[in-house]
Design a protein around this ligand. Structure first.
Ligand SMILES: C[S@@+](CC[C@H](N)C(=O)[O-])C[C@H]1O[C@@H](n2cnc3c(N)ncnc32)[C@H](O)[C@@H]1O
Length: 287
């Protein structure tokens, strides 16, 4: 694995103490730049890289899921679990959740692989409001400990190997203070809708978006295909690759990371988790 660290923000360059703020899983060289990023690490990762076009369209594509009403149950849970402490969002993206959480007075730090996604976040808040380390959530470490680490919107699946997903749980646990919590929001792969011979399962069919997943049941690999339809422009196609995992596999990864399951619900509003649930919100606690 090759990695390097780029420390870019002038405030960081000027404060030598920040050199210790990011550690990587193996030897890394440090390069100072004029880029607006607080700190940046690069790793070989199995995750797809979210490019400029995807980042530019992200907030619009997720608008329905990002209204104050839609986000309120998520923010309520995260604010409660933060319990007045610092919070770390893995794969913070454009700050869809982190920005309104910060507005509630919760101090949020982020780790994010994609610079274009962070650039979108930077249009909303500056580095003092939400510091972000650009790097791989399975390996990048930031300074200090947190009362809550969260990884939502199915994003653990963006790590496409089991080893990296385990590493991500361990990285989350590493950042937690004793008694702190790790929260994951993850969909349940709809394999019951895949009879023999059927290759794809649609997950969204609307006037503006057609989405379907294809699965390899041997390797637990999958691909999401998105077609965004527009009345006055060309249809846009986007693809993301993932590794699906079950709640029980998450629990095993949590146990390997020294975490204990505290609560599992079907959604942020606290609906009971059942065999028909399409998603889960799981909370593990560091003893
Ligand atoms: C579905 S978006 C979620 C963003 C944000 N958490 C939200 O709820 O809107 C997935 C994000 O995960 C990031 N990502 C994917 N793989 C990653 C990795 N290995 N480390 C850090 N971020 C990653 C992508 O760049 C993207 O910003």
């Amino acid at each position: 694995m090759s990695d390097w660290v780029v420390c870019g923000h002038p405030a960081v360059r000027d404060a030598r103490s920040w050199r210790g703020a990011v550690r990587t899983s193996s030897a890394a060289s440090i390069v100072w730049t004029d880029s607006p990023w607080l700190l940046e690490t690069r790793h070989v990762t199995s995750s797809d890289h979210w490019d400029q076009a995807t980042a530019d369209a992200y907030d619009e594509d997720t608008a329905e899921l990002s209204t104050p009403e839609a986000l309120a149950p998520t923010l309520d849970v995260l604010e409660r679990l933060a319990a007045g402490g610092r919070v770390l969002e893995l794969a913070i993206g454009t700050g869809r959740v982190a920005v309104p959480l910060t507005e509630r007075g919760v101090p949020v730090t982020g780790i994010e692989l994609s610079e274009p996604m962070v650039a979108q976040l930077r249009r909303k808040v500056d580095v003092r409001q939400i510091p972000v380390v650009v790097g791989d959530m399975a390996t990048t470490q930031v300074e200090g400990s947190f009362s809550l680490v969260y990884l939502i919107f199915n994003t653990i699946s963006n790590l496409r190997t089991q080893a990296e997903q385990v590493a991500c749980f361990r990285n989350a646990a590493r950042h937690l203070a004793p008694g702190g919590r790790f929260v994951i929001e993850l969909w349940i792969p709809p394999l019951r809708r895949l009879p023999p011979g059927q290759l794809a399962a649609p997950f969204d069919v609307s006037d503006t978006h057609l989405g379907m997943d294809t699965y390899d049941l041997v390797t637990q690999q999958g691909t999401s295909h998105h077609y965004w339809l527009s009345a006055d422009g060309p249809t846009r196609y986007g693809v993301t690759n993932f590794r699906y995992l079950w709640p029980s596999e998450c629990d095993l990864m949590a146990e390997l990371a020294g975490l204990q399951l505290e609560e599992r619900t079907a959604d942020w509003a606290g609906a009971p988790f059942t065999s028909d649930s399409k998603s889960h919100v799981s909370i593990w606690r560091k003893p």
